[in-house]
Ligand binder design. Sequence first.
Ligand code: NDP
Length: 478
Amino acid sequence: QLANIGVIGMAVMGSNLARNLAHRGHRVAVYNRTTSKTDAVIAEHGSEGDFRPAAELADFVASLERPRRIIIMVKAGAGTDATIDALIPLLEEGDIVVDGGNAFFEDTRRREEKLRGHGLHFVGAGISGGEVGALEGPSIMPGGSPESYEALGPILESIAAQVDGEPCCTYIGTDGAGHFVKMVHNGIEYADMQFIGEAFELLKALGLSHDEMADVFATWNTGDLDSYLIEITSEVLRKRDPNTGAPLVEVIVDAAGMKGTGTWTVQSALNLGTPVNSIAESVFARAISSAPELRAAAQKALQGPDGAINVADRDLFIDQIRQALWASKVVAYAQGLDEIRMAGLEYGWDINVGEVAKIWRGGCIIRAKLLERIRSEYAANQLVTLLEAPSVASGLADAQDAWREVVAVAVRAGVPVPGFSSALAHYDQARAPRLNAALTQGLRDYFGAHTYKRVDREGSFHINWSTDGAEVDGTDTH
Ligand code: NDP
């Protein structure tokens, strides 16, 4: 009997995914450009299931039943293109090529079109959960033709994380939809981590020890903030440096790294014109952390409060931080889901946003209790944005006094909270009956004759600013 699924790429992600497939009873063909890696995986894990290792790509392809289902897990970018180009001449019409790497969705759209031209299905599948998720059950976001999902979906669903008996894998939409959703997942992950970082800094400014902070996060993890990232924050804060015995976070250099998916999320949002300011602030917060020259120069020149926070009721303020964190998190999720909705309209993906929340409930880095509420709100209501969902709007209303207090105290103390404050600004912008954009339009008409619309009549208008000051029809002006 031929293999029913193949995996190319035996680095950490591909080998763990192949093992996961084998553990679920699949017959897994495996291949890696460098054969010694395949050999090593088989030597160590070959007894865990039905593996079919191949040293040559042609043998790998020949070992698969048709339509062939092949998951590529190689270095994103040139590695993916090289693998695809090597595969194309070996495949036959109807075969399915899955890219499980972290590809940019525009690359996925390009590759899908190219493979479609060869009569092949191309599925861009976002896979979240890191190496442990790949092995034990990731969240999987596949995009491609609906027909390809019929052949592929059951296999992917069998290896995905399960929550309440439902797999964390669902068909997302055509071509780049899956990788787009995975990209936004990562953008939300950036925001989640930024908010946690701000809460950490505020707790520290209050004078809590690292063990006390770890206890606070552990307690928060038993309530509305229950999530993987809050859980591991507690563990990281409690960890002592094996060398010095100091809290580990105090010996780690405060310069955050990034691989680009947060940046992509913001760039794509800018292209779509959809507001994701709290995600953007999270990317920029990493950027300033990793700008040593700028920071050194500014540290010498700039004055301000020393960052200590003194409040009358410490426990009350700690609870207010919890509420600010929860409210900001809701806004970041709303912004990410808004971006997905807008991309769906732009690219014709017909994405079910509630289903996206559903498959993020397990396996992935942003898995959180909040996602169950988001899923059920989208299931029960036709939502333009998550913020209008009844339980979300009332939760934000309850949290907003605390949220404003935390931002105000932080600003006065000189503790930077770009995540909390930008999320709050979004909340206030979104609910405002009038925005200052009216003045912007007036200014644009003044210096560039860009015209404006009126609140009381249809059409576009322009003021003859430099001549008689009269209002004229602006239809032909710009
Ligand atoms: P790496 O990104 O480190 O890539 C190494 C693999 O890519 C090796 O199998 C290597 O083969 C292969 N490769 C590189 N260049 C080429 C090429 N030109 N032609 C053929 N094969 C090539 O592996 P990871 O397992 O870390 O990640 C795989 C994918 O999964 C990436 O797209 C990554 O972004 C994504 N991902 C990773 C996560 C993680 O936590 N690491 C989480 C989610 C997704 P060789 O041995 O011959 O060099």
